[in-house]
Ligand binder design. Structure first.
Ligand code: GRF
Length: 198
């Protein structure tokens, strides 16, 4: 299984996923990183981990996605992992990765909340502002909507009385870095069993 990653920022989930592959916890080869921002921290992570990286500016969405599609096809990518990628995907890219046996596109994302309760940016801030005592992190399939794809795995995240955004985000990211590789491995197992029966 060859993986491609799409990121816009820091890249800590990208790093956790590549580490999991390199340590044998995920049965896949991280083949490339694509970013839409030349200043994305994920680029330094890719350099450190020796993963080929591409900067594809997104001034025009259609051109951006066509360039992504060309790279995915050229490298024969099996799964696309969003890791802090700040854009919605169009039906073109979602359709390109659609797998009829899986009934989903082969695209995953991680979201710092329960996607059934909150969609969009700043999930940890939303949980604090709403004085929740517990929130969640969610790995889900990606469709054209904003965090609307079917849930693959979810973990709850308790909010402590003296949590602030930094402490909550720190614990949340640690949970994300554990959950995302496990969810990815479960999807890979499912794809392998679908291939075995077809
Ligand atoms: C994470 O909180 C992730 O859940 C969300 O965006 C953030 C990306 O962080 N989708 P990083 O770039 O992986 O460090």
């Amino acid at each position: 299984m060859k993986l491609a990653f799409l990121a816009s920022g820091r890249g800590s989930n990208f790093e956790a996923l590549v580490n999991a592959c390199q340590q044998g916890r995920v049965d896949a080869q991280p083949a490339m990183l694509i970013v839409d921002q030349p200043q994305a921290g994920a680029l330094q992570v890719a350099q450190r981990l020796n993963i080929p990286a591409h900067v594809l500016p997104a001034t025009d969405k259609a051109t951006h996605e066509r360039a992504i599609a060309a790279l995915l096809q050229k490298e024969d990518i099996d799964l696309l992992l969003l890791a802090g990628y700040m854009r919605l995907l169009s039906p073109f890219l979602v359709g390109l990765m659609y797998d009829s046996r899986l009934g989903q596109s082969r695209i995953l994302n991680i979201h710092p909340a329960d996607t059934r309760r909150y969609q969009g940016l700043h999930g940890y801030r939303w949980a604090l502002q709403n004085q929740l005592t517990q929130t969640a992190v969610t790995v889900h399939y990606v469709d054209e909507g904003m965090d609307t794809g079917p849930i693959i795995a979810q973990e709850s995240l308790p909010i402590l009385p003296n949590d602030d955004i930094d402490s909550l985000q720190r614990r949340g990211l640690a949970l994300e870095h554990d959950l995302y590789p496990r969810a990815l491995q479960s999807v890979i197992k499912e794809l392998q069993s679908l291939c075995a029966v077809s």
